[in-house]
Design a binder for this molecule. Sequence first.
Ligand SMILES: Cc1cc2nc3c(=O)[nH]c(=O)nc-3n(C[C@H](O)[C@H](O)[C@H](O)COP(=O)(O)OP(=O)(O)OC[C@H]3O[C@@H](n4cnc5c(N)ncnc54)[C@H](O)[C@@H]3O)c2cc1C
Length: 313
Amino acid sequence: MRARMPRGGRARSRSRPVVAVLDVIQTPAFQQRFFFLAKRFIAGETAAAAMDAVAALNAQGMTATLDFLGEDVTSRTEAERTRDAYFELLAAIRARNVESNVSVKLTAMGLLVDEELALRNLRAVVDAAARNGDPFVRIDMEGSAVTDATLRVFERAYAETQHVGPVLQAYLKRTPADVERMLALGARVRLCKGAYSEPPSLAYKDMPTIRRQFMRSAEALLERGNYPGIATHDPRIISAVQTFAREREIGRDRFEFQMLYGVRPELQRKLVADGYRLRIYVPYGTHWAGYFYRRITERPENALFALRSMLSR
Ligand SMILES: Cc1cc2nc3c(=O)[nH]c(=O)nc-3n(C[C@H](O)[C@H](O)[C@H](O)COP(=O)(O)OP(=O)(O)OC[C@H]3O[C@@H](n4cnc5c(N)ncnc54)[C@H](O)[C@@H]3O)c2cc1C
């Protein structure tokens, strides 16, 4: 079955200047010259560089999930190249003996070409991961055009092995129902706000509502779920989760916080010092434009940081 192309799937606004910026940062010439801008959020361009970053996080008491950057591939060959990059990555995790699992994007595994192809590639990655100390494979969630297809592929893989888990986005209006479905399956869920530009018919747009929705799903997952990953840098949500867990006597070993590489490192260290489990999402590879774009558009301070790095050279 063919998944629909994600029209609204890109991050934030699609105004002309923004599309132009994305077009420019996706060119190989820009990426070669300006990797230093993305360096704060991306561990490196090779698996070896990513291993160094993860080893440094492990030394600070944090685990990791590694993401080989790339999305929206449009050919079988590219999708198989992504799968092979994950084989290399999983072998590197074993060889370096670092504490990390992996996160995959199904559009990078061929979801837009053919759903069966994405499932086959995912199965191959899950089989390879089974040889690792942490065999878990997280399926990132992308734009709403592929939500159904992503959850379908997840459920088919999950029927064969429980070492695979989805991501649910609190901004989507459908998410409370998806949370209930995942609770019924006993699936291990990562909950995040959501990073793509979605229409108001599908997604909440204002932050207070998104936070409320996040907490509604987080509470259900904490009370009844299977080791949820609470993925946010939002101090209000983190504090509400800590209070809820304390009041309901939910132990710190029953969930983990998750944050992005390079975002709020001081808060990351504080959570570990306070005895919470923390997993860092570590992206690496040469196709960093889409990921970097989502990071700089979701927070003005990240764009300022990139600009400062440029000026200080
Ligand atoms: C581990 C992980 C995995 C993710 N996986 C997915 C996925 O599969 N699909 C998806 O759509 N999205 C994913 N996301 C992205 C997520 O949906 C949000 O877009 C992103 O995390 C921003 O929302 P937030 O809740 O972290 O905080 P925000 O609402 O962006 O920020 C909350 C507060 O955090 C602070 N803050 C945040 N960033 C910075 C910064 N750079 N510098 C300083 N302060 C900052 C500020 O005080 C801000 O007020 C993931 C996020 C994480 C952490």
